[in-house]
Design a protein around this ligand. Structure first.
Ligand SMILES: [Fe+2]
Length: 178
């Protein structure tokens, strides 16, 4: 890096950029996955969930933009290609095609568990290196958690149990929730 943010060491900036790049690819994957669900969801309550997803796509695309521009601000080059997503991700491609509202939301719950857990890990990593980046990630996590609640509210019984509780894969979660 020829430059980075004032007061930040190049070593710290490199560590932050590595974390940000992985989260950028996670968000680029997530907004595509959300559109895939928007297009593939069928059955009872279709329109509510179809339309619930689009504002979240816009939010996540905006968050990807924020992370990419933070990488550039720190003096590095953000990678926004499909190949970068494939290379950066340690998780599997979303596994459901055309399926019911409940099946998709059961699986999407697990997607958000993964995304939010990893964002919290990134908060911890960047907090030691760059509190400005940490602050960005904290704000994003709060909104991701709010949407996660929207998803879970569809899976929740009046006693507060989730229909997909204990699921270990998206397909398992979909089967339990369906
Ligand atoms: Fe659409």
């Amino acid at each position: 890096m020829a430059f980075t943010a004032p007061g930040l060491t190049e070593e710290s900036a490199a560590g932050v950029v590595a974390t940000l790049q992985e989260r950028l690819s996670a968000f680029n994957d997530l907004h595509l996955t959300l559109k895939h669900i928007h297009w593939n969801v069928v059955g009872t309550n279709f329109i509510g969930v179809h339309e619930m997803i689009d504002p979240q796509v816009e939010l996540v695309r905006g968050y990807a933009d924020t992370l990419a521009e933070r990488i550039a601000t720190l003096g590095a080059s953000p990678k926004g290609t499909a190949k970068a997503i494939e290379e950066d991700r340690s998780w599997d491609d979303y596994s459901l095609g055309r399926d019911t509202v409940q099946a998709h939301l059961g699986a999407l719950d697990l997607v958000y568990v993964g995304v939010i857990s990893s964002h919290r890990d990134a908060i911890e990593t960047t907090g030691k290196l760059d509190p400005v980046t940490e602050d960005i990630l904290i704000g994003q996590t709060a909104e991701l958690e709010k949407f996660h609640w929207f998803v879970r509210a569809h899976l929740e019984s009046y006693t507060g149990e989730l229909s997909n509780a204990g699921a270990t894969s998206e397909k398992d979660a979909a089967d339990k929730a369906r």
